[in-house]
Design a protein around this ligand. Structure first.
Ligand code: URP
Ligand code: ZN
Ligand code: ZN
Length: 463
């Protein structure tokens, strides 16, 4: 399959320029002026931007909360529709099984032959026995160079204490495995939650009251000090508040290798959404919680300072009608998470690039290049260079519309950004040279995606 994209503006994390691009056999074959190839399909991208396919390093297709689960890998077509050609999913270590066995079993059962885009996994260590910790270096060899630990969610089987985190950090650094943490102080949350419920404060808004910024800041600082103690790199997932951003900035200033990730919803949605009447606030229950507008502004600032290095979706699709309503009468039972896989690029474009908060180069870095590096996938992924996978987005900056659930392929009964203005949209997407989105419509198939083997030491590669 050969395709030439002509007359577009190619945008990378470093620059932008007008050139033609030839894709052949799934790879970018040539970039230059007047590229030609006899039997190639020619696409005129005049007035459009050519971006690398996005890497969403934080998605949940099988997150379990209160015995209910998010939508599976079959909905990964939403990634493609939104310009994301690689997703990285979380897999919990199964009790009694090893890390690699858990992730490989999950992969065969849930992703192989189903994923619509390329995919990899972060394994979540849930059972930090000695032999499990000893297994961590092998993750690097088999292609899983980032693992996750949950400091939040007290009482749940995947919660990790400081001992587990420190042991993981010490072991992981040997092999170039990066430890990612969900940084929230589980005990403070637990005390606050119990207090609020006892006072009859059961509505979704109290989710945010039970986990104020200090909850995140304390755990972020603790994780950073644990990483410093271990001499290991650290990745902080879904950063939402000024205090946590400052902790990361201070660690970077001390020379620590830390990566801070935020997510699209934390950049544009504030905590007032949680106060929406008739239980609508439950749609916005995610952890950490949405913040006040001052924090949103500071996140954009953090992106510009380089203290936050990636924007993910933390896509976690629970239906509002059935699943979110499990927490009617007790916000603690509302499944945590919100859908957003399909919206990430357009949210960043509309509220970042169009509003002058980030440049197009920054957008590419935050949504594709930097996550590719951290996860050991660069330059195969996240770059538009000759020899890279032909994961390419043709982006139309002239589109104007609104985000709505009717356009979403998430199979969730609401859209986190419903009714919000959207400028620019994904027009065409190629996954390793195969057209999977045309004219804004998804035309790919389940099973188009391939498993990706990540290389270790990704965080050190991050500039
Ligand atoms: O609320 C969220 N973020 N749900 C997904 C699980 C997690 O904590 O990342
Ligand atoms: Zn998390
Ligand atoms: Zn998450």
């Amino acid at each position: 399959m050969k395709t030439i994209i002509k007359n577009g503006t190619i945008v990378t994390a470093e620059s932008e320029y007008c050139a033609d691009m030839l894709m052949e056999d799934g790879k970018i074959k040539a970039i230059g002026k007047q590229v030609s190839c006899e039997d190639a399909e020619v696409i005129d991208a005049q007035g459009k931007y050519i971006l690398p396919g996005g890497i969403d390093q934080h998605v949940h297709f099988s997150f379990q909360f209160n015995g209910t689960s998010t939508r599976g890998f079959k909905t990964s077509c939403a990634a493609a529709a939104g310009g994301t050609t690689t997703v990285i999913e979380f897999v919990n270590q199964v009790k009694g099984k090893g890390l690699i066995e858990s992730v490989e079993d999950y992969r065969k059962k849930n992703a192989d032959g189903v994923a619509a885009v390329d995919y990899s996994f972060h394994v979540v260590m849930t059972d930090p026995r000695l032999e499990v910790v000893e297994e961590i270096p092998q993750l690097a060899q088999v292609g899983y160079p980032v693992m996750k630990l949950f400091m939040a969610y007290k009482g749940m089987f995947f919660h990790a204490d400081d001992e587990a985190i420190l042991k993981a950090l010490l072991k992981a650094k040997e092999a170039g495995v990066t430890v990612m943490v969900h940084a929230e102080n589980a005990d403070i949350i637990d005390v606050f939650q119990k207090q609020l419920i006892a006072e009859g404060k059961t509505a979704p808004y109290y989710h945010a009251v039970s986990r104020p910024p200090v909850v995140e800041a304390e755990a972020t600082r603790r994780a950073i000090y644990l990483a410093e103690t271990a001499g290991a790199p650290l990745y902080i997932a879904h950063v939402t508040c000024r205090e946590a951003v400052d902790e990361i900035g201070a660690a970077m200033a001390r020379g620590q290798s830390v990566c801070g990730e935020t997510c699209s919803h934390y950049l544009v949605l504030d905590e007032s959404n949680l106060a929406k009447p008739d239980f609508e606030g439950a749609k916005y229950v995610c952890s950490p919680a949405l913040r006040t507008p001052e924090h949103l502004e500071y996140l954009w600032h953090g992106l510009n300072l380089g203290w936050l290095n990636a924007v993910s979706s933390d896509h976690c699709g629970f239906d509002w009608k059935e699943q979110k309503h499990m927490g009617h009468g007790d916000f603690r039972n509302i499944p945590n998470g919100a859908p957003g896989l399909q919206n990430r690029l357009s949210v960043l474009w509309t509220y970042g690039v169009e509003k002058g908060k980030i440049s197009r180069q920054q957008l590419v870095d935050l949504y594709a290049t930097s996550p590719a590096k951290v996860n050991g996938l660069f330059p195969q992924k996240g770059s538009l260079c000759v020899g890279a996978d032909a994961d390419v987005v043709i982006f139309d900056p002239d589109y104007e519309g609104t985000f709505t659930v009717a356009d979403m392929l998430h199979e969730v009964d609401y859209c986190s950004y419903e009714g919000m203005e959207q400028k620019g949209r994904v027009d065409t997407v190629f996954l390793r040279g195969k057209k999977v989105v045309s004219n804004g419509e998804y035309i790919g198939n389940n099973g188009d995606g391939q498993w990706l083997k990540g290389s270790p030491f990704g965080l050190l590669y991050q500039s």
